[in-house]
Write a protein that binds this ligand. Structure first.
Ligand SMILES: *Cc1c(COP(=O)(O)O)cnc(C)c1O
Length: 437
């Protein structure tokens, strides 16, 4: 029984559940979507919060450029390129026997500086905001000063009195760990059993305390939260509920609008933009989608992509149960090789915020992710981690299901590649071999 109803009754209400339970790849269209202007009005989040986040990242840019030399060229702004992948487009068309008349673009968050994944957006932003708040309260700095000063030793000494903690399957831990350690915080990452050894090793090398749990992701988060709450000097980064993470991700919206304009890609009524975002707990794709809706309104159509074994956001939004339901309730095992996407229960905050804004969700098997991983290497020589391929079947899904505008030659399909550059070469080679197999 799930909320007083049997699985059979839930299937009668939502027939797509049958296929979801059978772990088929499905596309679900969100019936609650509204016109953007109306959809954004009643939310608990606001445009000014995103603007504030963008300004804060701008204030920190001189510091970032100073302490992470790989960001010098972008003046301390942490941003990724948009790349056309025409050979991959051909490969997709012939593999799926589908006609893809629009433009296919890859948003390469795998190449984001500092931590090589989408978590370099929200994760780093939350740490910077916390550092700024502490430093201003202490009278160490004002918003008018040059934030290069955060690199001074006195700041590091000050931050060493404070702690930051996070529960993570990997990439969030990398972002929070690297940024916090650089500022001088004492930082602990609580990691689940499925986290990769190289991620733990890398964090420990940077002076981060890594605590390992035999259980899954939510256990690591709960335990981390419990320990942090008992310590007033500790700030816990809450992957499921954090507004700061969300706003850090949302800054991507306006920046993408500028990038598309620069490369001459038009987005308007006749030129729809379809965006496909891999989804775990939801903060990353949710924040980005919110930023995109603010930037492009009704002309952008955002879809979340989840593994067939872990469609927590799809089930949460479709049933309206959000974080009161887990994929386990419907007999799914939440087992996937897609790091960051093995999440059984989605963020309730994100699911509710997305109700009026999200076009839909679809699922993808691990098998498909690995075979597309190999194809992307063969065609474009771009190495991603498996989860980052989840967006790649989005254009196929929307076109095969005749979603309005998807088949237009004026359409732009943008696949959000969420991670890859921190993954050691041997791991990437093993992923490639798996794709070959
Ligand atoms: C974290 C992550 C996601 C999903 O982000 P959520 O905020 O957990 O939904 C997708 N891809 C990669 C590579 C990630 O690390």
């Amino acid at each position: 029984m799930i909320k007083q109803e049997t699985i059979q009754q839930w299937i009668e209400k939502h027939p797509l559940l049958k296929k979801i339970i059978e772990k088929e790849e499905v596309l679900w269209m969100n019936p609650l979507i509204e016109e953007t202007e109306k959809g954004v009005t009643d939310l608990s989040v606001h445009q000014k919060d995103v603007q504030e986040a963008a300004e804060r990242l701008q204030r920190f840019a001189p510091y970032i450029a100073e302490v992470f030399p790989e960001t010098k060229a972008s003046q301390g702004i942490i941003e990724s390129p948009v790349t056309t992948i025409p050979t991959m487009k051909e490969a997709l068309q012939s593999y799926y026997q589908v006609d893809l008349p629009g433009t296919l673009l890859l948003k390469e968050d795998n190449a984001l500086p500092i931590s090589g994944s989408i978590k370099a957006r929200g994760g780093i932003y939350e740490v910077l905001k916390h550092a700024e708040t502490l430093a201003i309260d202490e009278g160490l700095i004002t918003k008018k000063d040059n934030y290069k000063r955060f690199a001074e030793e006195s700041f590091q000494t000050f931050f060493s009195n404070y702690k930051i903690a996070v529960g993570s399957t990997g990439n969030l831990g990398l972002s929070i760990g690297i940024m916090s350690a650089k500022l001088g915080f004492k930082v602990t990452v609580h990691m689940s059993a499925d986290a990769k050894q190289w991620k733990k090793d890398m964090l420990r090398e940077k002076g981060v305390t890594v605590v390992e749990y035999a259980d899954d992701y939510s256990k690591a988060v709960d335990e981390g939260r419990r320990q942090a709450e008992a310590d007033p000097a500790c700030h816990f980064v809450d992957d499921e509920n954090s507004l700061d993470l969300f706003f850090g991700y949302a800054v991507a919206g306006k920046r993408l609008a500028i990038q598309l304009k620069e490369r001459g890609t038009v987005v308007d009524e006749e030129h729809p933009l379809f965006v496909y975002l891999p989804c775990g707990v939801g903060g990353g794709p949710g924040g980005v989608a919110y930023g995109l809706k603010l930037a492009f309104g009704d002309h952008v159509h955002c879809f979340f992509a989840e593994p067939t074994h872990s469609p927590c956001m799809l089930i949460g939004m479709m049933t309206g149960l959000h974080d009161e339901v887990s994929v386990h309730d419907f007999g799914l095992d939440n087992e996937t090789a897609a790091d960051g996407l093995a999440v059984g229960t989605a963020s309730g905050f994100v699911g509710k915020t997305m109700e009026p804004l999200l076009a839909g969700c679809y699922t993808i098997s691990d098998h498909t992710m690995f075979s597309l991983l190999k194809k992307l290497v063969d065609t474009e020589k771009i190495y991603l981690e498996p989860s980052a391929l989840a967006g790649m079947t989005g254009p196929v899904q929307t076109i095969q299901h005749n979603i309005q505008g998807a088949h237009s030659s004026n359409a732009t399909h943008l696949v959000w590649a969420t991670g890859g550059n921190m993954v050691p070469r041997e791991e990437l080679d093993a992923y490639y071999k798996e794709g070959e197999r």
